[in-house]
Design a protein around this ligand. Structure first.
Ligand code: HEM
Length: 382
């Protein structure tokens, strides 16, 4: 029996627990999961400041959202007559239903924020410059996909918040000249948010968008490795006294760090999900419009801009932002100061990008906290 178990173990784990550098390298190249990493890495890339761990946290969140999402799918029915009741069942009947829903909801909010911060970090370090241009563009696609996944998931509880947030979001899409109306109908399957929209959002949220996300994540990680790992300064203090090209084994140095980040991320998310419940408003009522009706928080900046001008604020600024981000590496190609945050050679680019992010953060805060009935400005957070 012991022999059989050993045989089974050896058939799966071809190399035992690595005890020296040679075994560690062999383990890294022979395992499908570890092979995502290079066998050795530059010491500078292991420093926390090189990544702020944001890419790995995004990855862990994507994994947690997939696992909890599959569990939720066992109990959820995408029809207006029963969707909201599924949420109540999760709260009162389904084993671990409340905590799974909380994990999924808080994880989704966290993912939008963390992926955006990861983009900011990569920008500030100049990680979009050669040879990483294509990976940056894949990153922009991942950012849009993350927002789309969050938006499509928003409708599924079929409560007042979900219904009206998605109605506002769909109206914003409808403001696009020429394309807006057909796009809105394609998205909703009807003129208003109803049965067809719920089914479409469900299929997009559970099948199409996750498939695209995982396809892009696979490409993204492959490219991180092929483009030489994280972007770090040529003369980083971590390698100052080392020979040029000096590397240290990924096992255990990188793998253990990633494992630790995974544990901390999961623990924080779990703790949050145990102390705070995801809200559920009353059943969606198409006849009772809340005043004001607000989009999900990450679109409230755009809703605020759309309040000033439906086309310029709601369509032009977001479209130019996404297209501009994707085109950036093909215009800004100077390599000076790459791998450092706020180097004097890139002060203008860093300041402009931070100003853009701050602008979106400010309009988001105004839209979220300072807009009351009829979208009037409030003196205090509403
Ligand atoms: C689902 C979303 C995403 C996941 C799971 C993800 C994951 C990762 C991981 C694990 C790394 C290497 C380690 C690290 O940087 O922490 C990385 C690097 C990178 N990411 Fe992402 N990422 C995502 C979104 C984005 C976005 C939105 C952008 C930019 C628009 C981006 C651009 C890059 C680039 C250019 C690199 C390589 C350069 C460098 O890290 O210095 N990623 N990503």
């Amino acid at each position: 029996m012991r022999n059989l178990l050993k045989h089974i173990q050896a058939s799966i784990f071809r190399v035992g627990w690595p005890k020296d550098e040679r075994a560690a390298t062999k383990a890294m190249v022979s395992s499908i999961t570890l092979h995502v990493h290079p066998p050795k890495v530059r010491p500078a890339a292991l420093k926390f400041r090189a990544s702020w761990a944001l890419g790995i946290i995004s990855l862990v969140l994507a994994g947690a959202l997939t696992a909890t999402g599959v569990y939720l799918m066992f109990y959820y029915y995408p029809h207006p007559d029963v969707a909201w009741r599924s949420m109540k069942d999760l709260a009162f009947v389904v084993p671990f239903g409340v905590v799974t829903r909380n994990l999924h909801r808080w994880g989704a909010h966290a993912m939008v924020a963390i992926v955006t911060l990861h983009m900011l970090r990569v920008f500030l370090a100049g990680g979009y410059k050669p040879p990483r241009e294509a990976n940056w563009v894949a990153g922009v696609a991942l950012w849009v996909l993350t927002l789309a996944l969050s938006f499509t998931g928003y409708l599924l509880p079929w409560d007042q918040l979900a219904y009206w947030a998605v109605t506002v979001g769909a109206n914003m899409a409808g403001a696009i000249p020429w394309l807006g109306k057909p796009l809105r109908i394609l998205l909703l399957g009807d003129l208003t948010v109803g049965e067809a929209a719920l089914l479409r959002f469900y299929v997009l949220h559970c099948v199409l968008l996750p498939l695209l996300l995982f396809g892009f994540v696979g490409f993204h990680l492959f490219r991180v490795r092929k483009d030489g790992g994280l972007v770090v300064a040529e003369h980083d203090p971590a390698t100052l006294n080392a020979k040029p090209g000096f590397r240290i084994p990924s096992w255990p140095h990188l793998v253990y760090r990633e494992f630790l980040v995974g544990l901390v991320t999961t623990a924080v998310l779990l703790l949050l999900s145990l102390i705070a419940n995801a809200p559920l408003e009353p059943l969606a009522d198409p006849a009772r419009t809340p005043n004001p009706a607000k989009a999900p928080w990450y679109f409230l900046g755009i809703q605020e801009l759309a309040h000033w001008s439906a086309f310029w604020g709601g369509v032009f600024v977001p479209a130019v932002t996404v297209l501009g981000l994707a085109a950036l590496p093909y215009f800004d190609r100077h390599m000076d100061g790459v791998g450092r945050y706020f180097p004097k050679e890139r002060r203008v680019a860093s300041t402009l990008f931070l100003l853009l992010m701050t602008f979106f953060a400010v309009v988001t805060v105004i839209g979220t906290l300072f807009r009351g009935p009829a979208w009037a400005l409030m003196r205090w957070p509403s």
